[in-house]
Design a protein around this ligand. Structure first.
Ligand code: NOJ
Length: 532
């Protein structure tokens, strides 16, 4: 295990700062709140916490629109509080990863405010400007992910500026070396403070076609999908130059020992793995969203895992996630009861897992009444099911008013049913999902085969996913029953270390194991020949 970095052995916990714990009673989560809950994270047994943006922001995109990269928004606290939080986290053996948002700033950032002063402004070329098309409209057909054109006209200077997301989030011009230098300084600011890693937001967007060519239509588009998906984002995403840029960002991280660079990349998996770079000079963990997108069945998930393993470069360390603050929660994407299977999968596939806050309880997407909608995606493109408020509802700590999240009015409504689904209740229940997560996390620490071992997919009967993990001659077999009926899994020998339903644990199996619907198990011992 010592040969592996902490970010390879460990498990990352992603929280959403507005929604984790409110420490000052204003209804919005903050650093003081996170501080209060560090003991919970240590108790749960995760190794690192990823905190999405906490920097000064007008909050048009809830912190992903930054006005000062080197400060803390007063809504969340102060820099001194951040330093104290980092120190306290480190004292508990928890690492801290921050979001780094290089693609865009807020339109209120002093750089952009200066750029607006005129075509000769010092920071004009820090952003992407273009003259109107012949008809006076936007320079080309590029669309924003958040609805409407990706271009907004600045009437004063008569040029359009580019924004992949909201018009309040102008894209930076990464071809300008001054931008690269300034953003490297931002990275150093946080790495100097002792931050253990950075998560690059919207990595695949950083460079756009310099000729501003129109994106071609995407033939797979159909009614019901957002309008920007009508186009294939050939000229606005995953441009070859992004690879070079990523290597430069990695070099900055490598100035510091033991730090990790994570990259957000919604691309086909064969393109995601390209971001490891060559000879490991790219992103340590290019985010793998396969479990977020794959249909929930044994064949699809097994095939996705095998394919990913086959595509990884030899130096590439895998990673997995079931969800994040941009995607519907796992509990609602799987059949009832399968949250346990999902936990087993996340924590036993090879690679660094990222656990999204509340998923350890089985939190579901909250119902957001129209008047409570906050997410700009839902506001701009209502009814398409892309709104992100439902997966950002307050953490459910206990059955007190507002689920123990805040004494004030929460910024988003607490999801219904929190009285029965919360940390306090599940901590006291040996059969709860939270207890299962904690047991799995403990087992990963105790069993290097689970944390860092080799992976081999194995043949299995229909609806069963089966794979082996091995480290230093220690073999473990993981079996998951996706069927709605009990299944006997042949060709198994060994001791049941853990069952997601707590059955048969400690029992020696010398032939086959019966799994109930939605049950999964981890067994020790070298298995017999895999059954096809
Ligand atoms: C990806 C982030 O995860 C998302 O929340 C944000 O809205 C966009 N990037 C824009 O920064």
């Amino acid at each position: 295990m010592a040969d592996f970095a902490w970010w390879q052995r460990g498990v990352i916990y992603q929280l959403y700062p507005r929604s984790f714990q409110d420490g000052d009673g204003d209804g919005v989560g903050d650093l003081a709140g996170i501080h209060q809950r560090l003991d919970y994270l240590a108790w749960l047994g995760v190794d690192a916490v990823w905190i999405p943006p906490i920097y000064p922001s007008p909050m048009a995109d809830f912190g992903y629109d930054i006005t000062d990269h080197c400060a803390i928004d007063p809504l969340f606290g102060t820099l001194a509080e951040f330093d104290a939080l980092l120190a306290e986290a480190h004292e508990r053996g928890l690492r801290v990863i921050l979001d780094f948002v290089p693609n865009h700033t807020s339109d209120m950032h002093p750089w952009f405010q200066d750029a607006l002063r005129g075509r000769d402004a010092a920071h004009r070329d820090w952003y992407l400007w273009a003259d109107p098309a012949a008809d006076g409209g936007p320079p080309n057909n590029w669309r924003s992910h958040f609805g409407g054109p990706a271009w907004t006209l600045d009437p004063v200077t008569g040029q359009y500026y580019l924004h992949a997301f909201l018009k309040e989030q102008p894209d930076l011009n990464w071809r300008n070396p001054a931008v690269a230098r300034a953003m490297a300084q931002v990275m150093r600011f946080w790495l100097d403070r002792g931050v253990d890693g950075l998560r690059l937001d919207a990595t695949w967007h950083l460079i756009k076609d310099e000729h501003l060519r129109n994106n071609p239509p995407d033939p797979s588009w159909h009614a019901g999908l957002p309008e920007h998906e009508k186009l294939a984002h050939v000229y606005t995403s995953d441009r070859p130059e992004v690879q070079r840029l990523v290597c430069e960002l990695r070099q900055v991280v490598d100035e510091y020992p033991d730090r990790v660079l994570i990259g957000e990349l919604y691309l086909p998996i064969e393109r995601v793995v390209a971001y490891y770079g060559t000879a490991g000079n790219g992103i340590h963990l290019p985010a793998n969203a396969l479990l977020i997108g794959a249909p929930w069945d044994a064949d699809s998930i097994g095939a996705a895992a095998d394919r990913y393993e086959a595509l990884l470069p030899v130096f590439g360390w895998p990673n997995w996630a079931l969800g994040n603050h941009d995607k519907p929660r796992i509990a609602g994407r799987v059949p009832p009861g399968h949250s346990r299977l999902a936990a087993l999968l996340l924590l036993t596939l090879r690679g660094t897992p990222t656990l999204y806050y509340g998923d350890e309880l089985g939190m579901c997407d909250g119902e957001i009444p129209p008047a409570a909608i906050r997410d700009p995606i839902e506001r701009n493109m209502p009814g398409l099911g892309r709104g992100r408020d439902p997966q950002r509802t307050p953490m459910q700590w206990d059955d007190s008013p507002n689920a123990g999240f805040s004494p004030g009015q929460p910024w988003l409504p607490v999801a219904a049913g929190f009285e029965a689904l919360n940390v306090a209740g599940q901590r006291a229940d040996d059969a709860s999902l939270l207890t299962l997560y904690r047991r799995l996390l403990q087992l990963r620490r105790a069993e290097p085969a689970l944390a860092v071992g080799r992976y081999a997919g194995q043949g299995a009967p229909p609806g069963i996913l089966r794979y082996e993990r091995e480290h230093d001659g220690r073999y473990l077999t993981v079996v998951l029953n996706f069927n709605e009926t009990p299944r006997r899994i042949p060709g198994l020998q060994g001791r049941v270390l853990l069952s997601t339903l707590g059955r048969d644990e400690g029992r020696d199996i010398d032939d086959s194991l019966l799994l109930l619907p939605g049950e999964g198990a981890i067994l020790t011992g070298r298995p017999g020949p895999a059954a096809g």
